[in-house]
Design a protein. Structure first.
Length: 760
C-alpha cells in the first residue's frame, strides 16, 4: 500500500476539490488518468486533495475492482469530519447531461457516509449544480457496487466542473473503475464545447495605438474625465451586452473619447453619454437581480450617481441599469470557485503599446481604479479615500511622456491600496533600474537604523572589514533617512514594517561596481568604498531539517538557533516552517509529545501547508479561526461574510505551551497559519507586526505588461477583527536590537524560551 503525498496548494475556503473517472473494464482512454493506474512516486497523476487530520489516502494494490490500484480513504479520529479526493475536467463539453459513475466498497462507516460528488460552476464562479449522493449515501460495510450521479449541464454557462469521491465520519472507503459520460458518450469521445469567438475579440481597431490627443486639462475637463472613468467602469461590470463580450470595452473608450473631449457644456456632455449608453442596445428587464443583502459587510457605493453633477435623465438611466444589471456569466470577471477571490478575464496586457500614448495610459488608470472599486475587499481600509484617487491621478497619467514616468505613476497608484500583495512586476522600479550590482550582505531597519544583519558567507565577512550590527548612515554621501523618504512612495505595502522590508536591500543596489558608504562600527564613524557583486544576493542556504530540540545552555546558544543537528537533552522543541515537509508532521508529534513547550518559527514563508495537519495538534475542540469576505459579481461592490475554515483536533492534543514567532517576513499563507496556531489551547504569539496581506491573491494586468495583485478575499478573526494591513498582532511585542545583532543573538527566540520556562 503506497502513501500519497499531500498537495501543497494554499486554498483559504475550500474542501470541495476535483477528480475524474473512467471505465473499470477498459483502460482509460481519456488521458486523464481516471483509472488511477498512472502514478509518479506513488501518487496518481492529476489527482488533488487536501489532507485532513487523522485521515489517510492510499493507493491500494490489494483491494481493487480491476487493474493495479484502487484509491482508499480512511478516518480513525474521534471528531466529525470529511475528506474529498478530487479532479477537474480540463474542458467543457458540448451536451446537456454529465454523469459520473464508479465502483465503491466500504468498511465500517459510521457517523457519516461515503459517495461520489460532482459540482458545476458557472463562468462567473457561482455554483450552479451539484450532487453528493446525499439521497443515496453509503454507510456500514458493503462490497463493490456501482453508483452513478448525473447533473444537467449548459456548456454556454459552465466555467468549471469538479468531481470525485468523499468520506465523512469514521471508516474506510475504496473507489475504483470510475467513468465520466456526456449524454451517455464516454468522455474520451465527447466533443469539447467551443466558446466564442466573442465579437470583442475581433475588434483590432486600436492595436497599433489609441491615437488620442488630449487638450490641456483644466478643472472642468478633469471632472469630465473622472465622470467618464466612473461610467466606463460601471458599464463594464453591469451592462449585459458588455458582459456577453459583444464589445471590446477598451477600444470603445478610444472610439468615444475624441468627441467627448471636445464637448463644451454639461448638457452637451450628458447628452453624449446618454447616446453612448443607449447605443449599446436595449437593456432587458432583470428578473433575477437581487437587492443588496441587509447582512452585507460592504454595499455597492452608488452615491456618485445620486449626488453626481449630471442631469436627471443620465442618473435615471444609470440607476435603471443597476436594477437590470447583468447576472451570471461575464466576459470580464468571475469569482474563483470555492475560494471566492476575483479573476479578471480578457484583460489585454498590450505589451507592444509605446509611451507616450495618453489613451492607453488613461485606460490603465480607468481599468485599475474600477477593479479596485468593485472587487477589492479592503478598499475601505486604504489611507486615502478611494473616491478621490481617480480624479487625482488623471492629469498624471495623461501627461506621462516616457515609459518611466508612466510606470512611476502606476507604482504610486498601486501603492494607494496599501496592500503588500500588490507589489508589481513587469515594471522597472525607479530605485533599482539597471542596477544589477548588490552588496554581499543583508540589512534590516532596526531601531530606525540601517543595520548589517547577515553576510552572504563567512569569507565575505572576514575580507570586508565590516561586522554584524554595523550601522550604515550614508550611501554615496546621501543620508539614509533622506533616501528612504524619497523612495517610499514607490514601494506598495500594507504597513511601514513591510515597506521597509522591501526597500532596505534596494538601497545597496547600483549599476556601478562600487559605492561609498559611511557607517558606525565600534562607536566609530568610518567610510568605505564597497565593492558590489555582479550577481544577485546569494540566497541563504536552507537546512533540510525543519525541527530540533533546543539546547538552552548559553554556551551552545549559536549552534542552538541554527536549524541543523538535533539536541536531544531538552524539553523544548523548535520547528521552522521554512523547510517543513508534510512527512515531518507525524514525526514532530511523536518526538515533541512530552516536551514542556514548542516554538514554531514563522518569520518566513511555509514550504508547505500545515494549517490543518499541524494546527490540529494544538486544539482539543473543533475551532473556527477565521472568516472571510467575498465579492459578488452579480452585484459589484457587495461583499458578504462567509464562514471560514475550522481546525478539527487530531487524536492527541499537545499539552505543553506553544510559542509562535512572527515578524514583517510573515506574510499571506504564513499569517493565515499563525491565525490557525493562535486558536490553540495554550498559544502565545510573539515578535513584531506581520505583513498585513492575507487571503488568496488575484492578478491584475495593465497596459505595457505591468502585472500586480490584490488580496482577493478579506480575512478576519471569527469575532470580526481585521487582519488586512494590521497583520497578526503579537501577544508580546519584541524586536531585534542592534546590541543583539552584534552579539549574534536571536532575542525573539530567547523570549520564546523564557515564556516556556515560566511556571504557570
Amino acid at each position: 500500500m503506497k502513501k500519497l503525498s499531500v498537495s501543497a496548494i494554499f486554498i483559504i475556503v475550500i474542501l470541495f476539490m476535483s477528480m475524474n473517472s473512467c471505465t473499470w473494464t477498459e483502460p482509460d482512454k481519456s488521458g486523464l488518468n481516471l483509472d488511477f493506474e498512472e502514478c509518479i512516486e506513488g501518487d496518481p497523476v492529476g489527482w488533488r486533495y487536501y489532507l485532513q487530520p487523522d485521515f489517510s489516502i492510499t493507493l491500494d494494490s490489494r483491494t481493487v475492482k480491476s487493474g493495479k490500484y484502487a484509491i482508499a480513504i480512511e478516518y480513525q479520529g474521534d471528531s466529525s469530519s470529511f475528506q474529498a479526493i478530487a479532479r477537474s475536467l480540463p474542458n467543457i463539453y458540448d451536451g446537456k447531461k454529465i454523469s459520473l459513475s464508479g465502483y465503491i466498497k466500504t468498511e465500517n462507516i459510521t457517523n457519516g457516509s461515503a459517495g461520489l460528488w460532482m459540482r458545476i460552476y458557472g463562468i462567473n464562479g457561482a455554483l450552479i449544480a451539484f450532487d453528493d449522493m446525499s439521497g443515496d449515501s453509503i454507510k456500514g460495510s458493503n462490497g463493490w457496487r456501482k453508483y452513478e450521479i448525473t447533473l444537467d449541464m449548459d456548456p454556454a454557462e459552465t466555467g468549471q466542473i469538479y468531481f470525485g469521491g468523499l468520506l465523512s465520519g469514521k471508516g474506510k472507503v475504496w473507489f475504483d473503475g470510475l467513468k465520466i459520460t456526456i449524454d451517455d458518450i464516454d468522455i474520451s469521445k465527447a466533443k469539447p464545447y467551443i466558446r466564442g469567438p466573442f465579437p470583442a475579440e475581433k475588434d483590432k481597431a486600436y492595436d497599433n495605438g489609441s491615437g488620442i490627443v488630449f487638450p490641456e486639462l483644466n478643472e472642468k475637463k478633469t471632472d469630465d474625465l473622472e465622470l467618464l472613468g466612473r461610467i466606463w467602469g460601471f458599464l463594464k461590470y453591469h451592462h449585459p451586452a458588455i458582459a456577453k463580450g459583444i464589445f471590446n470595452w477598451d477600444y470603445e473608450l478610444f472610439r468615444f473619447l475624441p468627441e467627448y473631449l471636445i464637448t463644451g457644456s454639461k448638457s452637451q456632455r450628458d447628452g453624449l453619454l446618454l447616446s453612448w449608453i443607449n447605443g449599446l442596445g436595449e437593456i432587458p428587464s432583470c428578473k433575477d437581480c437581487q437587492p443588496t443583502s441587509d447582512d452585507a459587510f460592504q454595499k455597492p457605493d452608488l452615491l456618485w450617481i445620486e449626488k453626481g453633477d449630471m442631469n436627471q435623465a443620465l442618473k435615471d438611466l444609470l440607476q435603471q441599469l443597476y436594477k437590470d444589471r447583468n447576472q451570471g456569466s461575464h466576459y470580464y470577471i468571475r469569482m474563483i470557485p470555492d475560494v471566492g477571490n476575483p479573476e479578471f478575464l480578457h484583460e489585454n496586457d498590450y505589451l507592444t503599446f509605446l509611451c507616450p500614448d495618453a489613451g492607453f495610459q488613461l485606460l490603465a488608470l480607468y481599468r485599475y481604479w474600477n477593479m479596485i472599486n468593485y472587487f477589492f475587499p479592503s478598499k475601505y481600509l486604504t489611507d486615502k479615500d478611494w473616491n478621490s484617487v481617480l480624479k487625482e491621478y488623471i492629469p498624471e497619467f495623461v501627461s506621462a511622456r516616457t515609459r518611466q514616468e508612466y510606470e512611476l505613476e502606476t507604482l504610486q497608484l498601486i501603492g494607494e491600496i496599501n496592500d503588500t500583495h500588490s507589489f508589481p512586476y513587469g515594471i522597472v522600479n525607479k530605485m533599482v533600474e539597471g542596477k544589477k550590482m548588490h552588496a554581499p550582505f543583508r540589512v534590516r531597519y532596526i531601531e530606525d537604523k540601517l543595520v548589517i544583519t547577515e553576510f552572504d558567507d563567512t569569507e565575505t565577512e572576514d575580507t570586508l572589514g565590516l561586522k554584524l550590527g554595523d550601522v550604515i548612515t550614508h550611501i554615496n554621501g546621501k543620508d539614509i533617512k533622506f533616501i528612504i523618504d524619497s523612495m517610499g512612495k514607490y514601494y506598495p505595502a500594507s504597513n511601514p514594517s513591510v515597506k521597509m522590508r522591501y526597500m532596505v536591500n534596494d538601497l545597496l543596489c547600483s549599476n556601478l561596481k562600487e559605492i561609498s558608504i559611511t557607517y558606525i562600527s565600534s562607536n566609530q564613524i568610518r567610510r568605505k568604498n564597497l565593492t558590489l557583486d555582479e550577481k544577485k544576493q546569494k540566497a541563504k542556504p536552507k537546512n533540510n531539517v525543519s525541527y530540533k530540540f533546543l539546547n538552552t545552555d548559553r554556551s551552545l546558544w549559536q549552534n542552538d538557533i541554527t536549524p541543523g543537528s538535533i539536541f536531544r537533552q531538552s524539553d523544548i522543541g523548535y520547528i521552522t516552517l521554512e523547510s517543513i515537509k508534510e512527512e515531518d508532521i507525524d514525526r514532530i508529534k511523536k518526538v515533541f509529545k512530552d516536551t514542556k513547550g514548542i516554538v514554531i518559527d514563522i518569520r518566513n514563508y511555509p514550504s508547505t501547508v500545515v494549517v490543518f495537519l499541524l494546527g490540529s495538534y494544538f486544539v482539543s475542540n473543533t475551532t473556527s479561526f477565521a472568516k472571510v469576505t467575498i465579492g459578488n459579481p452579480d452585484n459589484p461592490g457587495e461583499f458578504v461574510f462567509r464562514e471560514g475554515t475550522r481546525i478539527i483536533p487530531s487524536k492527541e492534543t499537545y499539552c505543553g505551551k506553544l510559542v509562535v514567532l512572527v515578524d514583517e517576513n510573515t506574510q499571506s499563507q504564513a499569517e493565515y497559519t499563525a491565525m490557525a496556531f493562535r486558536a490553540g489551547n495554550n498559544t502565545t504569539i510573539i515578535g513584531s507586526q506581520t505583513a498585513g496581506a492575507d487571503g488568496n491573491i488575484s492578478e491584475i494586468v495593465l497596459p505595457g505588461g505591468i502585472r500586480t495583485c490584490i488580496s482577493g478575499i478579506g480575512i478576519y478573526y471569527p469575532d470580526g477583527r481585521e487582519t488586512q494591513r494590521i497583520g497578526i498582532v503579537p501577544d508580546i511585542e519584541i524586536k531585534p536590537t542592534i546590541k543583539g545583532i552584534r552579539e549574534g543573538r536571536d532575542e525573539v527566540l530567547e523570549k520564546a524560551i523564557e515564556i516556556i520556562r515560566q511556571e504557570q
